[in-house]
Write a protein that binds this ligand. Structure first.
Ligand code: URA
Length: 163
């Protein structure tokens, strides 16, 4: 019922043929655990299915070329909620021109599926990981996702007291 979509495979993902198995994947796993879920209970995929040369961002035509595969995957999975991780996932799935920092936390739709955009785990790592305010913005987006799924919202470890 819950799907996370990232940008595309990095070196670790390319080597293993799996999505989000490197450092960003470890952060994503911790987030999923904090949500009271396991990786086995969700599906994790990417907009593009091959690693772009030099790890550059996927080009629009590459995203378009891969979209039918993701569309087929989603048709099989029939998730209730898609979490779009970062700007590439957001613009790959929804026709928006507003940036991820403005759009995150706002419910959108991919076809008839609720879609929640949030920051990419690699961005969170660069920003300082779970100790950074950006992480709590992602957490508040995940609270909305859990509410939509009718799931309990666990109290996350290390949450700073509200000012
Ligand atoms: N970043 C992504 O966007 N996808 C992965 O699978 C790994 C890192």
């Amino acid at each position: 019922e819950l799907v996370f979509v990232g940008e595309g495979p990095g070196a670790d993902e390319d080597a293993q043929g799996l999505a989000f198995v490197g450092r960003a994947g470890a952060l994503l796993s911790r987030l999923i655990t904090a949500m009271g879920l396991t990786r086995e209970e969700v599906w994790i995929g990417n907009i593009v299915k091959c690693r772009p040369p030099e790890n550059r961002k996927p080009l629009p035509d590459e995203m378009q070329a891969c979209l039918p595969f993701l569309r087929s995957q989603l048709a099989v999975l029939k998730p209730r909620v898609i979490v779009a991780l970062g700007a590439t996932a957001l613009t790959g799935l929804v026709d928006v021109s507003t940036g991820i920092s403005r759009m995150r936390g706002t419910w959108l739709r991919f076809e008839d599926i609720d879609l929640m955009p949030t920051y990419h785990p690699s961005y969170l790592l660069r920003a300082g990981g779970e100790s950074h305010d950006r992480y709590w913005e992602v957490w508040s987006d995940m609270e909305k996702v859990l509410t939509r799924l009718g799931r309990p919202i666990p109290t996350p470890k290390g949450r700073k007291r509200e000012a």
